[in-house]
Design a protein around this ligand. Structure first.
Ligand SMILES: [Zn+2]
Length: 114
């Protein structure tokens, strides 16, 4: 956990998620806190975080790191989808594919059938 709880008089947070229940993946107990994001990375967790450009009220919701979906069949879908649903709908930020016999490999630069 980033133990930052106060003292940001001049920091502009792009995104602040308030009142969520943080499950940080460390194995520790969940806890309620605010979380700030700068440049796509968690910059602060705690209280007294100044207002962000965007604010999300996560009261009653979990705030977690992304999940890894280790078994998907996106081998073809990855070529037309920028969301890879439904994994992205469920919080997955990383997916593995090509490990289930569905893949199109081997595929070369000169192949016309893959
Ligand atoms: Zn499979």
């Amino acid at each position: 956990m980033l133990a930052i709880t106060s003292g940001y008089p001049h920091v502009l947070f792009r995104l602040v998620i308030r009142n969520g229940t943080i499950v940080d993946g460390s194995g520790g107990d969940p806890y309620e806190a605010d979380l700030a994001v700068v440049d796509g990375k968690i910059a602060a967790i705690g209280g007294n975080i100044p207002k962000g450009t965007q604010e999300i009220d996560a009261r009653g919701k979990l705030v977690t790191p992304g999940f890894v979906d280790v078994h998907t069949h996106y081998d073809a879908q990855v070529t037309w989808s920028d969301r890879l649903a439904p994994s992205s709908w469920n919080g997955a930020t990383t997916v593995l594919f090509g490990n289930c016999g569905v893949g199109f490999a081997p595929c070369t630069k000169t192949s016309t059938t893959c």
